[in-house]
Design a protein around this ligand. Structure first.
Ligand code: PMP
Length: 308
């Protein structure tokens, strides 16, 4: 893997990037048996480098593992500490952090004996705007995918598991092939679900709606952040089923996720959203979001954990 930082935390040790390797018979490669997180750290003016909502991400990692009855041989506290350690070791001020628990070299065969422990790695490296700086400012062109999100009784989308991302890859691959910056999937009932790796918000007449947990989404931590910031600003935020045409009829649509941060959607299926650029509420919530990291938004919620 292309070297993005000097060290990786792997099963309790900090080792050189090049040494953090696995066997070709790693269970997770064959069967998708991993659960992971995407976390970001930002350099703040007052507290220096801080991890954003670290405890919630680690909690979700354990929630995902619980769904699949995986045993992670570390505590949440140890993983939080390891996250701070690897940031410090790599001398990172801002970073994308990727903790991953996976079934490793445990022998061939689908069946995993109960109690089998996962391996656990935490990588941290620099990573810019996932959908591009241009998209943060002017918006991304999105297309609705012909692929649906996973049905609720097939694979649980509320767990952030490696295997789920075969679905996300189909959705974003098709979108890019059609010339879009990102794909949006409908759920099996035909309602809007989410982007390949982002949650969605739709705004009309000053009322904000986002898709509910029942629409086969990963209930994102950024989604919760955006809901909290908008409510703080006095906007009504609803969780409700969103039909496809609401994307076309919205004044504003935005996508959000740890990697994508808060990104406006300027068109869906080639139809301009609102005025075809970044809308005013999107701009407000973007500046409130980035304000958490540049000192303009007070962190009332204790979302920032200083690295030092
Ligand atoms: N949906 C999917 C499918 C994702 O992969 C992500 C990114 N983790 C999100 C939503 C957004 O979640 P979060 O804000 O917690 O990063």
């Amino acid at each position: 893997s292309k070297k993005l930082a000097d060290h990786i935390w792997f099963n309790g040790e900090i080792i050189p990037w090049e040494k953090a390797t696995v066997h070709v018979l790693t269970h997770a490669i064959h069967y998708g048996s991993s659960v992971f997180e995407g976390v970001r750290a930002y350099d703040t003016p007052d507290k220096g480098p801080c991890v954003f909502r670290m405890q919630e991400h680690t909690r979700r990692l354990f929630d995902s593992a619980k769904v699949y009855r995986m045993t992670i041989p570390f505590t949440e506290e140890q993983i939080n500490q390891a996250t701070l350690d690897i940031l410090r070791k790599n001398n990172l001020k801002s970073a994308y952090i990727r903790p991953i628990a996976f079934y490793g070299d445990i022998g061939m065969g689908l069946q995993v004996p109960f109690g089998t422990e996962t391996d656990l790695a935490i990588a941290a490296f620099p990573w810019g705007a996932y959908l591009g700086d241009e998209a943060l400012k002017n918006g991304v062109d999105a297309g609705v995918s012909s692929w649906n999100r996973l049905a609720a009784n097939t694979m649980p989308t509320g767990a952030k598991a490696g295997g789920n991302y075969m679905s996300s890859q189909l959705i974003s691959m098709e979108a890019r092939r059609h010339g879009y910056g990102e794909g949006i999937a409908l759920d099996v009932n035909g309602y809007v679900s989410e982007g390949a790796g982002e949650n969605l918000f739709v705004i009309r007449n000053g009322v904000v709606a986002t898709t509910p947990k029942t629409a086969a989404i990963l209930p994102g931590i950024t989604r919760d952040t955006v809901m909290t910031l908008l409510r703080e600003m006095g906007y009504e935020v609803r969780e409700e089923n969103i039909p496809r045409e609401s994307l076309y009829l919205a004044d504003e649509v935005l996508m959000c996720g740890t990697a994508a941060e808060v990104t406006p959607v300027r068109s869906v299926d080639g139809i301009p959203v609102g005025n075809g650029g970044r809308g005013p509420i999107t701009e407000k919530v973007q500046s409130a979001f980035f304000g958490l990291f540049n000192g303009q938004t007070e962190d009332k919620w204790g979302w920032l954990t200083p690295v030092e």
